[in-house]
Design a protein around this ligand. Structure first.
Ligand SMILES: Cc1cc2nc3c(=O)[nH]c(=O)nc-3n(C[C@H](O)[C@H](O)[C@H](O)COP(=O)(O)OP(=O)(O)OC[C@H]3O[C@@H](n4cnc5c(N)ncnc54)[C@H](O)[C@@H]3O)c2cc1C
Length: 1024
C-alpha cells in the first residue's frame, strides 16, 4: 500500500490558535486528581539530599547564572580538544579568571562536584598570584609547573564527561549497561559527534552506527520488542549536506544509508530511532523516513522510530503523519516524544530569516501543554508505541495519570540525568518502564554535547534547574501548564518580538523565506518562474545616447539576457542637468514624505521578489539563497535610511544663552552621484540611491556595466514608489561615464562602491576640481582574514569558512580570502575543510541545490584562471574543485601560502588562501594580527577562539571595520552590523549604520536673537 502524501503542515501557525485548541480539550477531573500527588512524590525523590543526580548537583553548585557556572561550561566545552600546551594554558587562565573558583567551597559532597571544585579552585589559587594572564602562566609554571595544572583541569573535565557518557566505545558502554540490567533500564545508544561535514565523515558515522548495531544486536538477549535495546541515529551525521535545498540529493544518497542501517537493526530486532533535529529539517527528515519505511525489506518489523518535538507547532501534524504511515505499511512505529533541544537556535534562526512567525512556542508552558496533548494523541494511535523522554516530574506524573496501561509505552531519560526520578517512579508504578539514552564516544566529543545539555537543563525555565534550586516553591514547579497559560491570548512570550518586529520601532524586518517549508519555496519559485520576462533593454533616463546597444549575456550559460544602451557624454551631462533642476523641489519635499516614498520602494522590492530574483539570477548569476538575501538587504536598507531620515532631518533645538533661539537643520546637499558594483546590483545600487534621496538629494546613478538591467528595474521601482522622475537619473555606462559624472561641476557628493583603484581615481578627480569641496563615501575591497586557534570547534570553523569564502562564488567584498590556522590543528582543519569543500555543488545557480554559481563575466573568469595557473605552477594548490565547462564558472580553490603576509591583493572569486601560524605564546597571536594588518586593508576580519582575552585583544587592535567572532564573516545585517572598513577599504561611514546618512546631509544652524527688539521678554517673564 502506498504511503501517505509527503508531510506538510503550516510552518508557523499562530500560537493563539493552537492555545485555544489545547485549552478547550475536555478536562478529566478524575485523572487530573491523580497527577499532583504523584508529581509531589516524584519531586520529593528528585529533591531528596541523596536524590540529586550529577547534572542536578553540578548545576546547583555552578549555576549558569553565576560567572563560575558559565566559565566552567566554557572550559568544559573546549578543554579536551586543545592539543597544544601553550594554548591550553591560556584557555585555563582565561576561564578561571572569569570566576571566583578559589573562594568556591562546594556545598555538595558529591565526588564529581568536589573534584571539579578542587581542580578549578587549586588552579585559580595558583593563578591569582599575578595579574596578567601571561604572567600568571609564567608564575604558575615556575612555581608548580604547568603540567600539573593542566593535568588537574583535564582530569576534572574527564571526570565530568565520565558521568554523562556510558562508554568511550560501544563495547565499554554495553558492558556498563549490562551491569545496570538488574535495575530495569532499557537502553538506546547514541554515537556522539558534530554531524558530517564531508563524505568521509558520513561514511565514518555510518560505519560507527553499523558496528554498534551489530555489537548491540549481539548482546541484545532474547526479549521481544519493546524490551530490546536500541540505537539512535542523527540524519545530519549520515550526510554532509542534510539541508532542505539539497533535497533530491539527500533522498538519493542519504535514504539508502538509513535503509541499510534500518535493515541491520531489523536483523537484530532492535529499537531504531531517528533523532529530531532543527525545525527546517523536519520535512526533509520525514521525506527520508517515508522513503525508507516504504521499503519492503523492513516489513514486519516494529522497531523503527523517530523523535518528535513538542515545542514545534507542527508536532501534532507529525504524529498524524506517522500514524498514517504506520497504517499504510501495516506495522507499528516507535515515537519518542521530546520537548526539543534547539529552542534558542530556532528563535534566533527565525529572527535572522525574517520569518512571519516562530515555528516553536515562545512560552515554556505552551510546550508543556502541547507535550501532553501530543502524548494523548500518541497513546490513542493504535500503531504507535509512545516513548516519553522528559526529566520533568510533573510531565511524567501527568502522563502516568492519563495513560492507563503502563506496558503500552515507556519513558526515556538521558544517561546521567533523571535517575532518581525514574527510580522512584519504577518503584511505585508497576509495569512502568524507562529507557536510558546513552551517549557513546570519546570524551573529546562528549563535552560539547554535555555542555549543550547542561545549558539547556541549567536554563532557569528548565524543570531540572528549578528543581535543583531549593528556593523554587513546590507549588510553582507543579503548576499545571494550562493554569499558567490561562487563556489563549497569553500563549506568547511578551518579551520576544515577532521576527517581523525585531527592529521596531525604527523599521520593519524584511520578509524572508523558510527553505525548510516546501510551500514557501514552491510559492517563491512560482513567482520567480511566472515573472514576466526580464526587461530586455536598459537605457539612460535623460537624453538620447548615440551609443549602439550592447548585448548582455548571462554568466550562467552565455545566453542573451537583454541589451543596454549606455550613456554617452551628452547623456551624462543631460542627466546631471536634469537632476540639478529637480533638486530644489525634492529637497523642499517634507522628509516624512521622502521617507514614506523610500519605504514604499522597500515594499515594492518585496512585492516584486519573483521578478527581481529572476533578474538577479540571470544577469548576476546568483543562487536563490544569495538572491533572496540581497533582496532582503535592499528592503532593509531602504527602511533603515527612511527611519534614520526621520531622526536626523527633524529640526533640532540647540541649547544656548538666554535671549536667542538656536536651531539645527539637516538638508540635502544637491546632486549625488551614486556608482555601484555588480556584486550587489540591487542592494548596493538601491541602498546608495535610497540614502541620497531620502536625505533630500537628487541622485544620478551609474550601475556596473555587467548589471544594468537589474539596476533599471530598481530605478523603475523607485519611480513607481513616488520619486519624481527628474530627481533620479539612471546613467548606465562604463568607467569613463562614471568619471564624467564625478567631474561634473554640479556634483554635490559621490557615493562609490567598487575597487580601491577606482575609488582612488574618484578621490583624485574630486580633489582636482576647483568647485565646491564635496564628500566622497567610498567602500572598496579587502584582503579579509580569519584567525583560528586550537580552542575553536573545527566543525563550526569549517561551516563558517565555507560560507565566508565560497558563498556568492567569493564575490563579496566581505569574503574571506586568508585563513590563518594555528599549526597544531592545521592538518586536521584542512582535511575537514577540503572534505567539506568537495561537497559544494558548483553550477547553474537557478538549481536549488547549487551552492556556488558563476563568476560575473569572462574577464573575471580569465583573471582568476590566470592567477590559479600561477599558483598551480608554484605547487600551492591544496584543493581544486570541479566546475562546469560552459558558462563563467570557476571552481573553489584552496591555496597554500608560506605566511599570512604573502597575500597583498584581493582575489575576487572562490579562492581561499591558507597560512599557518605558530602559537608559541600570546605574542605570536599579536604578531600575526600585525602581519595581516600590514596588507593595508581594513574591511572584515574573523576570529575563532574560546579565549576571551584574545577576543578582547583583537577587538582592540583589529584593522578591520567589521570583526566577526565565532561565526562567519559575511552577510552584514543592516543596523546590526553596519558595513564598511577603513584604510584602503573605504572612507566610512558604514553603510546601514547610524552615521551613514549624515554624510549625505548638509547642516545648517539658524540663530535668532530673540531679545533684539528691546529685551528678553521670556527671561523677564520667568516665574519664581
Ligand atoms: C531520551 C531523550 C532523548 C532526546 N532526544 C532528543 C531529540 O531527538 N531531539 C531533540 O530536539 N531533543 C531531544 N531530547 C532533548 C529534549 O528535547 C530535552 O531534554 C527536553 O526538551 C527537556 O525537557 P524536560 O521535559 O526534561 O524539561 P523541561 O524543563 O520541562 O522542558 C524544557 C524544554 O522546554 C522547552 N522550552 C524552554 N523554554 C521555552 C520557551 N520559552 N518556549 C517554549 N518552549 C520552551 C524546550 O524544549 C526545553 O528543552 C531528548 C531528551 C531525552 C531525555
Amino acid at each position: 500500500m502506498p504511503g501517505p502524501a509527503p508531510f506538510h503542515a503550516p510552518y508557523a501557525p499562530a500560537d493563539e490558535e493552537i492555545a485555544a485548541q489545547l485549552l478547550s480539550a475536555p478536562f478529566d477531573a478524575e485523572r487530573s486528581a491523580r497527577v499532583e500527588p504523584l508529581a509531589r512524590r516524584l519531586l520529593a525523590a528528585v529533591r531528596a539530599p541523596k536524590g540529586m543526580g550529577h547534572v542536578e548537583r553540578l548545576l546547583q553548585e555552578y549555576s549558569l547564572s553565576t560567572r563560575e557556572g558559565l566559565a566552567l561550561m566554557a572550559l568544559a566545552e573546549s578543554l579536551l580538544r586543545v592539543p597544544d600546551d601553550s594554548t591550553l594554558d591560556l584557555l585555563i587562565v582565561d576561564k578561571l579568571a572569569l570566576g571566583a573558583f578559589d573562594r568556591h567551597a562546594p556545598a555538595s559532597d558529591a565526588l564529581l562536584v568536589q573534584a571539579t571544585a578542587f581542580a578549578l579552585g587549586l588552579s585559580t589559587k595558583i593563578f591569582a598570584a599575578e595579574e596578567t594572564p601571561r604572567g600568571l602562566v609564567a608564575q604558575a609554571a615556575r612555581r608548580l609547573g604547568m603540567p600539573a595544572l593542566r593535568g588537574a583541569a583535564r582530569q576534572a573535565m574527564k571526570l565530568m564527561g565520565g558521568h554523562f557518557v556510558l562508554g568511550e566505545t560501544i563495547d565499554e558502554a554495553l558492558s556498563r549497561a549490562s551491569a545496570d540490567d538488574a535495575r530495569r533500564w532499557r537502553y538506546s545508544f547514541d554515537m556522539l559527534g558534530e554531524g558530517a561535514r564531508s563524505g568521509a565523515d558520513a561514511e565514518r558515522y555510518f560505519a560507527a552506527y553499523a558496528a554498534s548495531i551489530a555489537a548491540i544486536g549481539a548482546k541484545a538477549g532474547s526479549r521481544a520488542l519493546p524490551e530490546r535495546p536500541g540505537v539512535s541515529v542523527k540524519l545530519s551525521a549520515l550526510h554532509p549536506r542534510f539541508e532542505p535545498l539539497s533535497r533530491e540529493r539527500v533522498l538519493r544518497e542519504l535514504a539508502p544509508r538509513l535503509l541499510a542501517l534500518a535493515r541491520l537493526a531489523k536483523r537484530h530486532d532492535l529499537v531504531f530511532t531517528v533523532d529530531a533535529e532543527e525545525a527546517d529539517r523536519l520535512e526533509l527528515s520525514l521525506d527520508v523516513i517515508d522513503a525508507v519505511v516504504a521499503d519492503p525489506s523492513l516489513a514486519g518489523w516494529d522497531g523503527f522510530g523517530l523523535a518528535i518535538q513538542a515545542y514545534q507547532k507542527r508536532a501534532a501534524a507529525v504524529i498524524d503523519h506517522v500514524a498514517a504511515l504506520a497504517e499504510a505499511h501495516g506495522r507499528r512505529f516507535m515515537v519518542r516524544l521530546v520537548k526539543g533541544a534547539y529552542w534558542d537556535t530556532e528563535i534566533k534562526r527565525a529572527q535572522e530569516r525574517g520569518l512571519a512567525d516562530y515555528p516553536v512556542f515562545t512560552r515554556k508552558a505552551m510546550t508543556d501543554l502541547n507535550y501532553i496533548a501530543c502524548a494523548d494523541r500518541l497513546l490513542a494511535a493504535p500503531r504507535i508505541f509512545p516513548q516519553f523522554a522528559t526529566h520533568n516530574a510533573l510531565t511524567v506524573a501527568t502522563i502516568v495519570a492519563r495513560a492507563g496501561d503502563a506496558s503500552a509505552y515507556e519513558f526515556q531519560r538521558l544517561h546521567g540525568m533523571g535517575e532518581e526520578l525514574f527510580e522512584a517512579l519504577l518503584a511505585e508504578e508497576t509495569g512502568a518502564r524507562c529507557r536510558v539514552y546513552a551517549p557513546v564516544g570519546p570524551h573529546r566529543d562528549l563535552l560539547a554535547y554535555l555542555v549543550r545539555r547542561l545549558i539547556e537543563n541549567g536554563a532557569n525555565s528548565s524543570f531540572v534547574a528549578r528543581a535543583a534550586d531549593v528556593a523554587t516553591p513546590e507549588s510553582e514547579l507543579l503548576a499545571p501548564p494550562c493554569a499558567i497559560i490561562g487563556e489563549a491570548s497569553r500563549a506568547r512570550h511578551t518579551r520576544l518580538p515577532s521576527p517581523a518586529d525585531l527592529y521596531r520601532p525604527l523599521r520593519a524586518n524584511s520578509r524572508g523565506v523558510e527553505f525548510g517549508d516546501r510551500e514557501a519555496i514552491a510559492a517563491l519559485l512560482a513567482e520567480r518562474d511566472a515573472a514576466p520576462a526580464p526587461i530586455a533593454a536598459a537605457t539612460p533616463s535623460a537624453g538620447h545616447s548615440g551609443v549602439a546597444p550592447r548585448e548582455l549575456r548571462s554568466p550562467i550559460d552565455d545566453s542573451r539576457v537583454g541589451s543596454v544602451t549606455e550613456a554617452d557624454a551628452d547623456a551624462a551631462r543631460a542627466a546631471m542637468a536634469a537632476a540639478s533642476r529637480a533638486f530644489p523641489a525634492w529637497e523642499a519635499t517634507p522628509f516624512e514624505t521622502r521617507a514614506t516614498i523610500i519605504e514604499r520602494a522597500a515594499d515594492l522590492v518585496e512585492a516584486r521578489r519573483g521578478r527581481l530574483i529572476a533578474l538577479l539570477q540571470e544577469e548576476g548569476g546568483k543562487t536563490l539563497d544569495d538572491a533572496l538575501a540581497e533582496l532582503r538587504e535592499a528592503a532593509d536598507l531602504c527602511r533603515y535610511y527612511a527611519g534614520q531620515a526621520r531622526l536626523l532631518c527633524a529640526e533640532e533645538t540647540l541649547s544656548g544663552p538666554t535671549g536667542e533661539a538656536n536651531r539645527l537643520r539637516r538638508r540635502g546637499r544637491g546632486v549625488f552621484v551614486c556608482i555601484s558594483p555588480w556584486n550587489f546590483p540591487l542592494a548596493i545600487f538601491l541602498g546608495q540611491i535610497a540614502a541620497a534621496l531620502v536625505a533630500g538629494n537628487a541622485a544620478v546613478a551609474k550601475p556596473a556595466e555587467q548589471t544594468p538591467l537589474i539596476a533599471q528595474e530598481a530605478v523603475a521601482l523607485l519611480l513607481e514608489a513616488g520619486v519624481p522622475r527628474e530627481a533620479l537619473q539612471y546613467v548606465p555606462g562604463d568607467g569613463a561615464i562614471g568619471a564624467a559624472l564625478v567631474a561634473h561641476p554640479q556634483v554635490a557628493g559621490v557615493v562609490f562602491t567598487g575597487s580601491t583603484a577606482a575609488a582612488q581615481s574618484v578621490h583624485r578627480a574630486l580633489a582636482a576640481s576647483d568647485g565646491p569641496i564635496v564628500p566622497l563615501v567610498a567602500e572598496t575591497g579587502g584582503v579579509n582574514a580569519m584567525i583560528v586557534d586550537s580552542t575553536a570547534l573545527l566543525e563550526q570553523v569549517v561551516d563558517d569558512v565555507l560560507v565566508s569564502a565560497f558563498r556568492s562564488a567569493g564575490q563579496r567584498c566581505s569574503a574571506l580570502r586568508l585563513l590563518c590556522l594555528q599549526e597544531d590543528i592545521a592538518e586536521t582543519a584542512l582535511a575537514m575543510l577540503i572534505g567539506a569543500a568537495q561537497e559544494l555543488r558548483v553550477g547553474d545557480p537557478r538549481a536549488l541545490a547549487t551552492q556556488v554559481g558563476p563568476v560575473i563575466d569572462h574577464a573575471a573568469q580569465a583573471r582568476l584562471e590566470e592567477y590559479l595557473a600561477l599558483r598551480r605552477a608554484e605547487g600551492r594548490v591544496l584543493y581544486a574543485g570541479a566546475a562546469p565547462q560552459r558558462g563563467r564558472f570557476v571552481a573553489p580553490h584552496i591555496i597554500r601560502l608560506d605566511r599570512a603576509g604573502d597575500l597583498r591583493e584581493e582575489i575576487f572569486g572562490p579562492v581561499l588562501h591558507v597560512a599557518r601560524w605558530r602559537a608559541g605564546d600570546d605574542k605570536d597571536f599579536l604578531r600575526l594580527v600585525e602581519e595581516i594588518a600590514a596588507n593595508g586593508f581594513g574591511l572584515t576580519m574573523g576570529l575563532h577562539t574560546r579565549i576571551e582575552a584574545r577576543i578582547r585583544a583583537l577587538a582592540e587592535m583589529t584593522p578591520a571595520g567589521n570583526l566577526y567572532v565565532n561565526r562567519n564573516m559575511i552577510g552584514a545585517v543592516v543596523g546590526s552590523q553596519p558595513f564598511g572598513g577603513s584604510r584602503m577599504s573605504g572612507t566610512g561611514p558604514k553603510a546601514g549604520g547610524p552615521d551613514y546618512l549624515r554624510r549625505f546631509l548638509r547642516e545648517e544652524t539658524v540663530t535668532i536673537n530673540t531679545a533684539s527688539f528691546g529685551g528678553d521678554a521670556h527671561l523677564l517673564a520667568m516665574k519664581e
